[in-house]
Design a protein. Structure first.
Ligand code: GRF
Length: 205
């Protein structure tokens, strides 16, 4: 029987991991032809690592070193090795709060994606939903994009709008954006699975 290869992915995150959960749930349900090989966090007690354990996915804490917004060079080289050892073909950033540089970008060209809670190029950076509220926007949303060496920058892959309601608070708006993020990110990953999944003959499969 002919089957698509499941795309091996690695997920990097620093926080609560609701996007990670959405992805792992869809994989478990068979709705996403990916295989989560590894979840890595730069934060020792990040809930995203507990989540990986809950789903039985290999996970690791990567001590980030002395910088606040990036990894030390040797540590980023180590990150590349961990992902390669796990056979990862697509790196999915899910709330990973560090900017990646040459070791990762060279090792995984056009294979690192990120999700951001605004309609990029508007409102890169922290708390983008608050930025949209303060700017008096009536519509914001979320964006999935390839990662480059700049913050929340890189070729756009998909966007979806979210209306800002007159009585929205930062919390209510962020919550609605996250619901859309979970759908959009999975949809983009599904496209990668289709593009890079290979047909193979499975005996007795
Ligand atoms: C998301 O809002 C994402 O857009 C941004 O970081 C947040 C991560 O949230 N890059 P979660 O940890 O997936 O809940």
């Amino acid at each position: 029987m002919s089957r698509m290869k499941r795309l091996p992915i690695g997920i990097l995150g620093s926080g609560k991991g609701s996007n990670c959960r959405a992805i792992l749930e869809r994989i478990r349900l068979g709705d996403l032809a990916a295989e989560a090989r590894l979840v890595i966090s730069d934060v020792l007690d990040a809930p995203i690592l507990d989540m990986a354990r809950e789903f039985g996915v290999a996970n690791a804490y990567l001590p980030p070193g002395k910088f606040r917004t990036r990894l030390e060079l040797e540590i980023e080289v180590q990150l590349v090795q961990m992902l390669r050892d796990a056979g990862v073909e697509l790196v999915v950033l899910a709330g990973f709060m560090r900017v990646l540089h040459e070791p990762m970008l060279t090792a995984f060209p056009r294979r690192i994606i990120n999700i951001h809670p605004s309609l990029l190029p508007k409102f890169p950076g922290l708390e983008a939903w608050k930025q949209a509220l303060v700017a008096g926007e009536t519509v914001t949303g979320c964006t999935v994009h390839y990662v480059d060496e700049r913050i929340d920058h890189g070729q756009l892959l998909a966007q979806e709008e979210v209306k800002i309601l007159p009585n929205d608070t930062a919390e209510s708006l962020h919550a609605r954006i996250q619901v859309i993020e979970h759908e959009l990110y999975s949809a983009v990953i599904a496209e990668f699975c289709e593009k890079y999944g290979e047909s193979s003959q499975q005996v007795g499969g």
